[in-house]
Ligand binder design. Structure first.
Ligand code: UGA
Length: 483
């Protein structure tokens, strides 16, 4: 690595916080270990190798390890397999289940194990604890431990104590330092988000350790890797650990709240016959609001928003605070799923015995992830209410929680003899259905667009009844006046 960073040559003047003014001359090659090869860890490992580092990924699950060693991921993430293969072929990326090997070959360790929802809203840190102990036991040389796993605020201190407690006797406790580096990767565009971030956040009390991690990100900060965009360099934010940990939760909570906000507006729109998509477009033109994450629909899902909003709320409660906005965001989100089922109840009378075809099961397009997917709640409620439910998703072929949910092999065979068709994930291939064909195949005529992704006019022209989320109660064929 040749990246050098000094206050004088740093173009992000004013953004480097408490480590401005240091001159970094010690940019020796960093060996990187990535602990945990899930959605985040695999992307970190593949992309760090892509920007020129020697990377060793650790995965203790033998089946997953074998797949990764052969150059392919065991989950769907666009662009990831190519990067994995390129890294392995270039000799810069390896995977192992051996912590000693990983610690021996690295001086920077990215901790990327999962933190699933745990008791009382707090994340379950079992995997982080286990990984921290394995790291500590295998530490024989200086390391910076970088937490990418989303951990409760204050975990940096707890992690430090956990590692310290198991260090080999001959090693001094200051052999390592913990830096918080929250991830802002979206599933489906994680590779791009990693290589072209808008900001990189580093939180730590040891300036040397923070600088080491910043150096590791050098080619991304300067966008000098092949395919980099030097005119769009990310901001670097350095701060203390608790603030960095809080930034992660606040970012996800804000995005989730923004979606819940527009979904509440969507419901109001239905009662006053307004169109939420036009409202979102117009308010989003105000740069203070911005149009991103204002897409109304059946609400947010996935492994992050629900867990992180709940964790932040639990932190607030643990300190005697009432997290009113966070709780409202959660309630509004669950309400969307119920509201969608209610639309079906209103049209299909009775719902019991009606055939409902669900388009999309993943929590969003371009992923096979169904964790906390709105589709699962909707399917479960419909089944409980006696509807006959089938589903089609381009990638998801079964839902372990709903073993009785039948799936079809394509969208058109799915809608055969359906009374209602419901869009729950706006995959590109589902947005542009031939609605004449759909209408000819259906027994009923109801289309519920849970993502406001269909062209309502085309649906109605096919003789079908269109119900969106916040697109007004009356039939509408494009409402804007022509000038
Ligand atoms: C989210 C954040 O966007 C990432 O920045 C963060 O790193 C990640 O969580 C994480 O904590 O690991 P992700 O869960 O992959 O990423 O997906 P998003 O693209 O944020 O979508 C989340 C949900 O919100 C999806 O169900 C999506 O359909 C829904 N959504 C999104 C809306 O309903 N409306 C919108 O306008 C945008």
């Amino acid at each position: 690595m040749t990246w050098k960073w000094s206050a004088e040559n740093d173009p992000r003047n004013g953004q480097v916080g408490n480590i401005r003014g240091y001159r970094v001359n010690d940019n020796r090659d960093s060996g990187i270990a990535v602990i945990g090869s899930g959605y985040v860890g695999t992307v970190v490992a593949a992309c760090m190798a892509a920007i020129g580092h020697d990377v060793i990924g650790v995965e203790i699950n033998q089946e997953k390890l074998a797949k990764l060693q052969s150059g392919s991921s065991y989950f769907f993430e666009p662009g990831l397999d190519e990067r994995l293969r390129a890294g392995i072929e270039a000799g810069r990326l390896t995977f192992t289940d051996d912590f000693d090997e990983a610690m021996g070959k690295s001086n920077v360790v990215f901790l990327c194990v999962d933190t699933p929802p745990g008791p009382n809203g707090h994340p379950d840190v079992t995997s982080v604890t286990a990984a921290a102990k394995s790291i500590g036991k295998a530490m024989h040389s200086p390391h910076v431990i970088v937490t990418k796993s989303t951990v409760p605020v204050g975990s940096g201190n707890w992690l430090t104590s956990t590692i310290e407690a198991v260090l080999p006797d001959v090693v001094e406790p200051d052999v390592f330092s913990v830096v918080s580096n929250p991830e802002f990767l979206r599933e489906g565009s994680a590779v791009n988000d990693f290589l072209h971030p808008e900001r990189i956040v580093l939180g730590g009390d040891n300036a040397d350790a923070v600088r080491t991690v910043a150096s590791t990100y050098g080619p991304i900060l300067d966008q000098t890797f092949p395919g980099g965009a030097p005119d769009r360099r990310p901001a670097l934010v350095t701060t203390d650990r608790s603030t960095a940990e809080t930034i992660k939760y606040a970012a996800n909570a804000f995005l989730a709240t923004k979606i819940s906000f527009i979904n509440e507006i969507a419901e109001i729109c239905e009662w006053v016959d307004a169109d939420v998509d036009e409202v979102a477009h117009a308010i989003g033109l105000d740069s203070r609001i911005s149009s991103k994450f204002l897409q109304a629909g059946v609400g947010w899902g996935g492994s992050c928003f629900g867990k992180d909003v709940e964790a932040l709320a639990a932190t607030a409660r643990a300190h005697g605070q009432e997290p009113l906005i966070l709780e409202a965001a959660q309630q509004v989100n669950l309400h969307q799923r119920r509201r969608l089922v209610r639309k079906l109840q209103q049209h299909l009378r009775p719902l019991r015995g009606s055939r409902v075809a669900l388009l999309g099961l993943a929590f969003k397009p371009n992923t096979d992830d169904t964790r906390d997917a709105p589709a699962i709640t909707v399917a479960r409620e419909l089944l409980e209410k006696g509807a006959i439910v089938r589903a089609y998703d381009p990638l998801v072929k079964q839902i372990p929680e709903l073993p009785n949910l039948q799936t079809a092999t394509d969208a058109y065979s799915l809608v055969d003899r359906a009374d209602a068709v419901v869009l729950l994930t706006e995959w590109d291939e589902l947005r542009d259905l031939d609605f004449d064909d759909v209408a000819a195949r259906m027994r009923g005529d109801l289309i519920v667009d849970g993502r406001n992704a269909f062209d309502a006019k085309r649906v109605r022209e096919a003789g079908l009844v269109y119900e969106g989320m916040g697109r007004g109660l009356l039939p509408r064929n494009g409402r804007s006046a022509t000038w």
